[in-house]
Structure formats: structure tokens, C-alpha cells
Ligand binder design. Structure first.
Ligand code: GDP
Length: 325
């Protein structure tokens, strides 16, 4: 093993031992565990809950109560949070899903993103407060690391509400746009819709999560994967909670009178790409951008406001003094 190697090498003269740093880091972070917070947004009924369950193989919505039409009309966006602890090969992940059911159901959708942006800000605010508090070491990080935004498969591109929604979120969170229920579209239609959405994202200056630049010294397989991920945005996804028999295998899929749609079949949709990106390749980058960019912006703004307040106070105070004199 690499540990034995390191041990053997430690007897060699020219070996200092800092090559063990990655191992030390690895051990420490495995012990501590990881956390990740994902927010799903988009019109209700686009398959958000189904997709999240398919992604993490959990049933997050066992006790969900679906509202009837009348209840939905009066409902404002209600935010619910589910946390699950999952473990794989000894690595623990505390996954939090923030669901935003009901969006788009109301007749009037003006500023329907407000509860969501408020929620994201509240998590920043809490973190900021904890960071300046006494117990800095054990801060619970509830900041939202990624927002999966579901675009409806019907229509000819982004709807005005999609544009406004993503723009409202873009400076607070990593937005990953998805084309929902991709099984409603033919491969050609998916290609067209993706092109259209990409064009509109450019045209309206919407800032979505950018995959980090891939260094030229990465191995070929990684480069290829990176290229495919970049070319496939927005990922077209399909969700299903049922296991079906297809080609002699048991797979997650949807059965139609004319055939079976397999969620994890790359020729049927981009589900596997999305899962790879979120879990295997970019989870860490999503977290880094959240804390180095989005949170840092929030923090800078807070500090600026605080100093401005201080400045105003001293200013009025000295003004008063002048008046008295
Ligand atoms: P949410 O309101 O966005 O959370 O949507 P749900 O996950 O509750 O799904 C709403 C309905 O759409 C359910 O009847 C699902 O079975 C169905 N559904 C979910 N995902 C897909 C999909 O990828 N394709 C199709 N055709 N239907 C889906």
C-alpha cells in the first residue's frame, strides 16, 4: 500500500516526508465527514423530487402531502429541508436537500424567487454570525452549494420566469440548469432546445455554474469527460423511482406502452453525467466557489454596510458637534 511505501521510503536519506500530506488530509477529512447542500428549484410537477431520489437513491419525500389546486393557488413558496446521512465505503456524507415546492403554481408569480433568495441569504447570515462568534471551530455549514434549476421541456426555450429566476439567484449560488422530463422530447428536439437555452443564457447574461478550466496536464480520460460535461449543458434529465426489467437487467426506468426509458442509460438522457458531475467530479469545486465567491461577496457587502453605518454615525456626531459650537 502507499502507506507501506512511505514507511519504507522514510528510511531513505533524501526523503523528508511531506509526501504524506495528501494521506494526512484524506484521513482527516474522512474522519470529519463531508456535507453538501443542494437546492432544487423550478415549477412544481417537473420531476424535482423524483430526480433527487434517483440521484441519491433515497426516499426523501415519504411523508410529502400533495396539495389540491385550491390549496396550491393560495400557497406561497414553502421551503422544506431534508437531511440524510449516507455512507459509502466508510466515507460519510451529510446531504441536505432544500426543496421549494409550489413555485409557479400561484396565479401571480411576481418575485416568486424571493423566498429562495431570502433562504440563501439567511444561511450566509447565520454563517457570518457563527464565524464572528465564540465557537468558530464547530460551525454548522448550511450554505447552499448548488441550485438545480429545472427548465420545462415544453415551449421553445426559456420562459420569462426562468430568466428572472436564474438572474435573481446567479450571484448567490451555483446555478446548474437542467431540462426536465427529457423523455418527452426526441433526440433532435433535445439538441435544439439545448442550443436555444445556451443562446438565451448568453443573450440575457445569465451566469450559470462554469466548470473549472481543465489543465492540459490532466489525463486523457479526464479531459474527455470534462469536454463531454461542458458540451452537454444544460443536462437533459429523466427521473424515476421504479426499478424495471430491461434487456435482462434491473434498472431504474419508466415503462411506456411503446418501450422503456432507462434513467441511467447515457443514450436516453444525461442523468449519469449530472450525477458524475455533482458527486464524483465537481462537488468540491461547487463548495469552493460557494465559500470563495458567493459567500465572500455576501461577507464583503455586510462589512461594507457595517463600516458605512459606523461612518454615518461618526459623521452625524461630528456634525452635531459643529452645530453646538
Ligand atoms: P416536483 O413537483 O417537481 O417535485 O415533481 P415530482 O417529482 O413530484 O413529479 C411529478 C410527476 O411527474 C410525477 O407523476 C412523476 O412520476 C412524474 N415525473 C417525474 N420525473 C419524470 C420524468 O423524468 N419524465 C416524465 N415523463 N415524468 C416524470
Amino acid at each position: 500500500s502507499s502507506d507501506e511505501n512511505i514507511w519504507r521510503k522514510s528510511n531513505e536519506k533524501e526523503y523528508v516526508g511531506f509526501a504524506t500530506l495528501p494521506n494526512q488530509l484524506h484521513r482527516k477529512s474522512v474522519k470529519k465527514g463531508f456535507d453538501f447542500t443542494l437546492l432544487v428549484a423550478g415549477e412544481s410537477g417537473l420531476g424535482k423530487s423524483t430526480l433527487v431520489n434517483s440521484l441519491f437513491l433515497t426516499d426523501l419525500h415519504k411523508d410529502r402531502k400533495l396539495l389540491n389546486a385550491e390549496e396550491r393557488i393560495s400557497q406561497t413558496v414553502e421551503i422544506t429541508k431534508h437531511t440524510v446521512d449516507i455512507e459509502e465505503k466508510g466515507v460519510k456524507l451529510k446531504l441536505t436537500i432544500v426543496d421549494t415546492p409550489g413555485f409557479g403554481d400561484a396565479v401571480n408569480n411576481t418575485a416568486c424567487w424571493r423566498p429562495i433568495t431570502d433562504y440563501i441569504d439567511q444561511q450566509f447570515e447565520q454563517y457570518f454570525r457563527d464565524e464572528s462568534g465564540l465557537n468558530r471551530k464547530n460551525i454548522q455549514d448550511n450554505r447552499v452549494h448548488c441550485c438545480l434549476y429545472f427548465i420545462p421541456p415544453f415551449g421553445h426555450g426559456l420562459h420569462p420566469v426562468d430568466i428572472e429566476f436564474m438572474k435573481a439567484l446567479q450571484d448567490k449560488v451555483n446555478v446548474v440548469p437542467l431540462i426536465a422530463k427529457a423523455d418527452c422530447l426526441t433526440p433532435f428536439e433535445i439538441k435544439k432546445l439545448k442550443e436555444r437555452v445556451r443562446e438565451e443564457i448568453d443573450k440575457y447574461g445569465i451566469k450559470i455554474y462554469q466548470f473549472p478550466h481543465c489543465d492540459s496536464d490532466e489525463d486523457e480520460e479526464f479531459k474527455q469527460q470534462d469536454k463531454e460535461l461542458k458540451e452537454s449543458t444544460p443536462f437533459a434529465v429523466i427521473g424515476s423511482n421504479t426499478v424495471v426489467e430491461a434487456r435482462g437487467h434491473r434498472v431504474r426506468g419508466r415503462v411506456y406502452p411503446w418501450g422503456i426509458v432507462e434513467v441511467e442509460n447515457p443514450s436516453h438522457c444525461d442523468f449519469v453525467k449530472l450525477r458524475t458531475m455533482l458527486i464524483r467530479t465537481h462537488m468540491h469545486d461547487l463548495k469552493d466557489i460557494t465559500s470563495d465567491c458567493h459567500y465572500e461577496n455576501y461577507r464583503a457587502q455586510c462589512i461594507q454596510n457595517m463600516t458605512r453605518c459606523e461612518h454615518d454615525k461618526t459623521y452625524t456626531w461630528s456634525q452635531k458637534k459643529v452645530n453646538y459650537e
